[in-house]
Design a protein around this ligand. Structure first.
Ligand code: HEC
Ligand code: HEC
Ligand code: HEC
Ligand code: HEC
Ligand code: HEC
Ligand code: HEC
Ligand code: HEC
Length: 354
């Protein structure tokens, strides 16, 4: 303290504004509380703002519902309404028999959202969701065939313990402890420690001035291991096959689709998920940004046969390879669009290749 005061006094001699700055600096405790961002500034600056970093929104932070304070929709003889008042949105279902209104506790997703509602101590997945493609509400993907007969059924689908636990585990951090829901400690989104096991111990060690525990370098993963790592949440090839998740809906399971491509060589880092995606930043929407990845293996049409780059060139295109070879595909119903990671020559009228 004495040293700090002496420093502030020395600063003050140099002018009032500087004194204020110095006072602030020297008043800081000798070892300020560290976060990952103290040292890994690049990752920490962007990761929390990605869709993965957000994952789900709590009432006060529901940006999409703030931007759309009144939404309504009708289906199957029921009418739905979502209204924002202050820091809370409510979800209302009506039919001739009456009205059911519940607060929206959790909004899952970012640009498309499904709501998790609590009714009589049980958690429900809302029967209607917000879809960007529609610009409003529509029946939640997967629930199209349900035929609700009362207000509670029309409000949502009751989830099993196991199912709802899995929702919070993939979209949040700390909401599941030893396989059980622990929503008091839920942090929205996929945080650093969710992907980097051992990061908390590493932070604690750093804080204590030790360097012992360093998390594993995930950048060393083989292509197949990386697919399985991202596949914990984006679904692995095995889980798609095991659960028979075939047909046009599986376009959303990138690890499976990518593995179907002839390009996918399980031990070649040039085709792993992070060859195209930095998991700490928002997904890049510019098609030409991916060309260098393709051209890391495929020759350019007129280029002399290079030694390092051996695969066939394209007889047609020289840039924006993904626009033709990784086409966008809608889920049935068209509410949501994905990028087909099954890299291939797309033939007209070929149907959906599983
Ligand atoms: C005081 C600075 C500091 C803090 C705070 C810190 N790290 Fe580190 N971190 C390091 C250093 C230094 C290394 C070792 C880098 C090396 O060996 O090349 C490292 C290594 C890592 C690695 C292994 C990758 C690599 O390049 O070796 C990961 C992953 C990582 N940190 C994540 C985190 C996360 C997540 C947090 C927060 C929970 C965190 N770090 C907090 C300094 C820090
Ligand atoms: C702990 C679960 C989890 C893991 C592990 C995970 N993701 Fe995600 N990821 C998500 C969730 C949840 C979303 C959707 C977020 C949303 O819409 O709210 C998502 C979305 C994305 C998006 C779309 C973002 C956008 O802006 O549209 C990309 C790209 C992505 N993940 C890539 C990866 C990659 C690459 C890996 C592996 C390095 C990975 N993810 C690992 C949970 C995970
Ligand atoms: C195994 C991990 C996992 C589980 C379990 C899971 N999600 Fe997701 N969810 C993801 C990933 C990854 C994405 C981003 C890619 C996608 O949309 O398929 C996502 C996307 C979403 C989206 C955005 C939808 C869209 O069409 O873009 C919503 C909404 C959502 N999930 C809600 C839920 C709800 C509600 C549950 C539980 C009933 C749930 N999720 C369970 C991983 C998971
Ligand atoms: C969705 C999972 C995911 C999240 C969330 C995430 N990372 Fe990473 N991180 C990865 C992967 C995968 C790599 C390896 C990238 C590659 O292949 O080069 C990586 C790489 C790193 C590295 C370089 C060392 C290494 O492991 O190769 C550091 C440092 C790091 N991350 C820190 C952070 C910090 C800090 C946060 C939070 C602000 C964070 N990460 C959030 C998945 C994640
Ligand atoms: C060869 C490049 C490439 C590889 C490898 C790749 N992706 Fe992608 N990914 C893309 C492109 C291109 C997009 C679409 C970007 C846009 O325009 O929105 C995309 C989009 C996504 C999205 C957003 C939803 C969608 O389908 O549009 C997710 C999630 C995703 N990738 C996950 C993964 C995962 C997980 C892996 C590893 C199994 C992976 N990607 C490997 C190129 C790649
Ligand atoms: C790791 C190296 C690698 C990367 C990266 C790669 N490919 Fe390939 N690709 C291959 C291999 C190997 C084959 C199979 C070659 C053969 O059969 O002669 C192939 C085959 C293809 C085919 C023919 C598929 C078929 O069904 O006949 C197309 C089209 C293609 N790649 C496009 C692309 C595009 C576009 C990208 C970038 C988005 C890309 N590749 C990235 C290695 C790669
Ligand atoms: C305008 C759409 C388009 C673009 C852009 C495009 N391609 Fe192609 N590509 C095709 C079509 C169509 C074929 C099939 C040609 C045929 O078999 O007649 C093809 C074939 C291929 C093949 C298979 C060649 C063979 O001999 O089997 C590879 C590899 C390939 N493309 C890679 C790429 C790469 C890498 C890029 C970017 C540098 C790219 N393509 C850009 C449409 C495109």
């Amino acid at each position: 303290v004495a040293r700090t005061e002496r420093n502030v006094a020395r600063c003050a001699a140099k002018g009032a504004l500087l004194a204020a700055v110095c006072g602030f600096l020297h008043a800081a405790p000798p070892r300020a509380k560290m976060t990952c961002g103290t040292c890994h500034m690049r990752e920490a600056a962007t990761s929390p703002k990605t869709e993965m970093g957000i994952g789900l929104e709590l009432p006060a932070d529901q940006a999409l519902l703030q931007a759309h304070p009144h939404l309504s929709f009708q289906a199957g003889g029921f009418s739905y309404q979502i209204d924002r008042k202050g820091e809370q949105s409510t979800y209302t279902v009506r039919d001739a028999s009456g009205t059911l209104t519940l607060p929206i506790r959790y909004a899952f997703g970012v640009s498309n959202q499904t709501f998790v509602l609590e009714y009589e101590g049980k958690l429900y997945e809302s029967l209607v969701s917000y879809y960007q493609n529609v610009g409003g509400l529509a029946i939640t993907v997967g629930d199209e065939r349900l035929r609700p007969r009362n207000l509670v059924d029309a409000m949502g689908r009751q989830t099993s313990r196991q199912e709802i636990t899995a929702c919070f585990d993939c979209h949040g951090t700390g909401g599941v402890k030893e396989g059980k829901l622990a929503l008091d400690s839920l942090q929205p989104g996929v945080t650093c420690g969710h992907c980097h096991k051992g990061a908390e111990a590493h932070l604690a060690a750093m804080q204590a001035g030790q360097t012992a525990a360093t998390p594993e370098k995930l950048g060393r993963m083989r292509a197949e291991d990386m697919s399985n790592f991202c596949g914990q949440c984006h679904r692995t090839w095995e889980s798609v096959v095991q659960h028979g998740l075939f047909g046009p809906n599986n376009v959303r399971f990138q690890p499976y689709r990518l593995a179907e491509s002839k390009c996918f060589l399980g031990n070649d880092p040039r085709i792993r998920c992070t060859a195209c995606h930095d998991p700490h930043v928002q997904v890049v929407r510019e098609a030409s940004a991916y060309d260098h990845v393709c051209l890391g293996c495929h020759r350019q049409r007129n280029s002399p046969a290079a030694v390092a780059v051996r695969e066939k060139p394209c007889p047609l295109g020289e840039k924006q390879c993904v626009t033709c070879h990784m086409p966008k595909a809608d889920l049935p119903g068209g509410v949501s669009t994905f990028t087909d990671h099954y890299i291939r020559v797309v033939r007209e009228g070929e149907g959906y290749p599983d």
